[in-house]
Design a binder for this molecule. Structure first.
Ligand code: F6R
Length: 231
């Protein structure tokens, strides 16, 4: 297991460190970046927006997208990415699953083919309270590829804060699989706040189990975990 755990209690310093890891990857020649959405990423994307870093010769792929939410909806992940990053820091090309596809399963297969045609240098990950990575909920096979998921109640409750009510949270999403994520050469996982403690503890001190998807990272050769928690 080669997880490099960096526990940084000062949140500004934590995100400065996250930015410097990304910058170092870019300076070392990384060309394809796997990106994430969610509240955890906001301070990092803010730093990127304010920096001079240039991704115009790089490609990006996002982890996931809600099924059935119009692209223009403020909470679609394509809207999130445009607002938080792409409008200010465009990539040469940016891929996201199409949540409006008529046949989500076919869209998932198409997206997996896109991923396989790329060499993913770097993947940014947030962490679900239940240990999910991407939208790979507990019980997902470690070998899974991009697929359609039904979101758990835990995830819907956690994401309800972005919508007017929990009933507006989409019930399904398309997500990169755990196997797809594990193909990335370098992974940076950011976990901030007490709600992430159980999952981080499972990763650092527990056994690998599909019941807690993030524990798959124990099997990856290059993982950095940035957290404000002391584990
Ligand atoms: C988002 C994603 C999710 C989030 C996770 C944490 O693209 O794939 O795994 O990273 O749900 O969300 P926040 O950061 O809102 O706590």
């Amino acid at each position: 297991m080669t997880i490099q755990l960096e526990s940084i209690q000062n949140i500004d310093q934590l995100y400065d460190r996250a930015f410097s890891i990304l910058e170092e990857q870019k300076n070392n020649g990384a060309k394809t970046f796997g990106l994430a959405t969610g509240g955890t990423m906001l301070p990092l994307y803010e730093r990127i927006r304010k920096s001079t870093i240039d991704f115009s010769n790089c490609k990006s792929v996002n982890l996931d997208e809600y099924v059935g939410l119009p692209k223009e909806h403020s909470q679609s992940y394509i809207s999130f990415m445009k607002k938080q990053l792409f409008d200010t820091k465009p990539f040469e090309v940016s891929y996201l699953p199409n949540g409006e596809a008529e046949k989500p399963e076919e869209e998932a297969a198409r997206y997996e083919n896109v991923l396989k045609s790329l060499d993913l240098d770097f993947q940014l990950l947030g962490l679900g309270e239940n240990g999910h990575i991407g939208f790979n909920e507990p019980g997902t096979s470690f070998r899974s590829e991009t697929h359609v998921v039904t979101l758990t109640d835990s995830t819907k409750r956690a994401n309800a804060r972005f919508f007017n009510s929990i009933d507006e949270v989409p019930t399904q999403a398309i997500t990169m699989g755990i196997g797809s994520i594990m193909r990335a050469h370098q992974i940076l996982l950011i976990a901030v706040g007490e709600k992430k403690r159980a999952a981080i503890q499972a990763l650092m001190n527990g056994d690998m189990t599909e019941d807690i998807p993030v524990t798959v990272l124990k099997e990856h050769d290059n993982v950095i975990v940035l957290t404000d928690l002391i584990v």
